[in-house]
Design a protein around this ligand. Structure first.
Ligand code: HEC
Ligand code: HEC
Ligand code: HEC
Ligand code: HEC
Ligand code: HEC
Ligand code: HEC
Ligand code: HEC
Ligand code: HEC
Length: 268
């Protein structure tokens, strides 16, 4: 009940009773209207007088900013002009994997250099850092973009020892035995047989390195093979000697590598 009474009171104020036009509205509404009128006035004033005309012409762009930027001296020359004096690098890059990169992406702004080549020389970015910017593995890069993990991919050496920056054809993996048989190679390297080549014991057709599962190297087949160096009759001086016909339990019965691992022969 109390609330309703209050509302009625609003329309029963003095001004309304006196019949003034202005007072057809309650005081509170008039006060709010005045506040809004002042605010709108300020906004119009700012728009008309405080914002410089050059800013108004282009919406939110300051037209003089365009002139100011145009006034900056150019720093970049573009790649075309480099070919005048460095046709070798230019031609190399033209159809290579880096064809889409501008020279100055790697060498930095070089306009000054093109004008006075001896006075200003561009950077030669020969550290791993540069290449890592684009080639470090990153999930968000497009599928198929060549990426590496710089901590694991041939660390410590500059990338350009293996990749030509102007034509980075990915080199072939080394086709040494160690590239695929690393464990065996490591084992052999700390064994008494360290001085023997893999191919001393495994005749290996070149095709094995291309189709390793279908083309297989040879393996020693009998005791006589080891006997070539280890038999008492052998003239290989640095190899310890045994009697192949009787050494090991029951002579003929066991192959030498049933007791001695050939890649790390031990006698304990
Ligand atoms: C007017 C000929 C000319 C043009 C154009 C030119 N260069 Fe050169 N550039 C030279 C000469 C001459 C040198 C050798 C300067 C020296 O060894 O002191 C050189 C050297 C360089 C070097 C090696 C700097 C060093 O320290 O050995 C790089 C990198 C290079 N230029 C990049 C560029 C790039 C990128 C462009 C194109 C934006 C370019 N050049 C355009 C003449 C030119
Ligand atoms: C992907 C980065 C990259 C791009 C793109 C690139 N370069 Fe290079 N450039 C290098 C690196 C790294 C070296 C240093 C090579 C070295 O020391 O073996 C180099 C060396 C040079 C040299 C010095 C060669 C020398 O034997 O002293 C010249 C000149 C040069 N670049 C010119 C160019 C020009 C011209 C272009 C564009 C057509 C270009 N480069 C594009 C990375 C780049
Ligand atoms: C600004 C970015 C950028 C920089 C810096 C850069 N590369 Fe590249 N690289 C590329 C692009 C782009 C390709 C082409 C990718 C494609 O063909 O899809 C590419 C391709 C390659 C490839 C070919 C790989 C393959 O199997 O397709 C190698 C290798 C390579 N870059 C090595 C380097 C080395 C080394 C450096 C430093 C001297 C370097 N890149 C610096 C962008 C870059
Ligand atoms: C010791 C030599 C060596 C060094 C140093 C080296 N790479 Fe490689 N890189 C290779 C060989 C070999 C391959 C091709 C076989 C492979 O993928 O491992 C290759 C492949 C690549 C590929 C292609 C990968 C793909 O998936 O197609 C990129 C990109 C690359 N290297 C970038 C780099 C960058 C960047 C650096 C320096 C941070 C670098 N390499 C340093 C030897 C090297
Ligand atoms: C490109 C990778 C690669 C290279 C390089 C490579 N191999 Fe292999 N090699 C293999 C694979 C894969 C197998 C089959 C392994 C399997 O079937 O378990 C194999 C099998 C073998 C075998 C066992 C054959 C058998 O019948 O049990 C021998 C021995 C061997 N390789 C020796 C060598 C020697 C020696 C070299 C260097 C001259 C070499 N390989 C180079 C990948 C390679
Ligand atoms: C002293 C002779 C000798 C040398 C040197 C040697 N191997 Fe063997 N290798 C053998 C014998 C014998 C076998 C057969 C073992 C068996 O059948 O149990 C063998 C077996 C293998 C096999 C078959 C898988 C296994 O582990 O049995 C591979 C792969 C292999 N060798 C690779 C190599 C590589 C790679 C090198 C060089 C880093 C090498 N070998 C050096 C004698 C040798
Ligand atoms: C091409 C010659 C050669 C062939 C083939 C060869 N070895 Fe040897 N072997 C050596 C030499 C050399 C040493 C001694 C290295 C040293 O101690 O300096 C040695 C050492 C050994 C030792 C002694 C290790 C030690 O701790 O003293 C054993 C066991 C052995 N070989 C077993 C074999 C077996 C099994 C085969 C056959 C699969 C074989 N070797 C084939 C040259 C050969
Ligand atoms: C039944 C297991 C067995 C067989 C099979 C075997 N060995 Fe042994 N080999 C041993 C033992 C155990 C020793 C260490 C004690 C000794 O010298 O008799 C040894 C020692 C050696 C030594 C070191 C001799 C020295 O004086 O340092 C060589 C070399 C050797 N063997 C080579 C071979 C060769 C080659 C074959 C195959 C013809 C072979 N062994 C077959 C068990 C075997």
């Amino acid at each position: 009940m109390g609330k309703i009474k209050l509302n009625i009171n609003i329309f029963q104020n003095k001004g309304f009773k006196d019949g003034y036009v202005m007072n057809k509205f309650p005081d509170q509404i008039i006060r709010i209207a005045i506040v809004f009128a002042v605010l709108i006035g300020i906004v119009i004033a700012i728009k008309l007088f405080a914002i410089p005309p050059e800013l108004q012409e282009q919406g939110i762009f300051r037209t003089s900013a365009i002139e100011r930027e145009l006034d900056h001296p150019s720093q970049f020359a573009g790649s075309e002009i480099c070919s005048d004096c460095h046709d070798e690098e230019y031609d190399l890059k033209l159809n290579g994997y880096h064809s889409t990169l501008s020279c100055e992406v790697c060498h930095g702004a070089a306009l000054a250099h093109t004008e006075e080549p001896d006075e200003f020389t561009p950077d030669i970015p020969n550290k791993r850092r540069l290449c890592a910017i684009c080639h470090t593995y990153n999930l968000s890069r497009p599928t198929g973009f060549p990426q590496i993990n710089p901590y694991a991919h041939n660390p410590l050496e500059p990338c350009i020892t293996c990749h030509n920056p102007h034509d980075p054809v990915p080199p072939e993996s080394p086709r040494e035995c160690v590239a695929c048989h690393a464990n065996i190679a490591r084992t052999l390297s700390v064994s008494p047989h360290v001085k023997l080549e893999c191919t001393t014991c495994h005749a290996t057709p070149d095709e094995h390195k291309v189709h390793p599962r279908s083309v297989r190297p040879g393996k020693p087949e009998n005791r006589a093979f080891c006997g070539k160096c280890h038999d008492r009759g052998s003239d290989r001086k640095d190899a310890p000697k045994i009697d192949v016909s009787s050494h090991g339990q029951n002579g003929e019965k066991y192959l030498c590598w049933q007791c001695h691992y050939p890649h790390l022969p031990e006698i304990d």
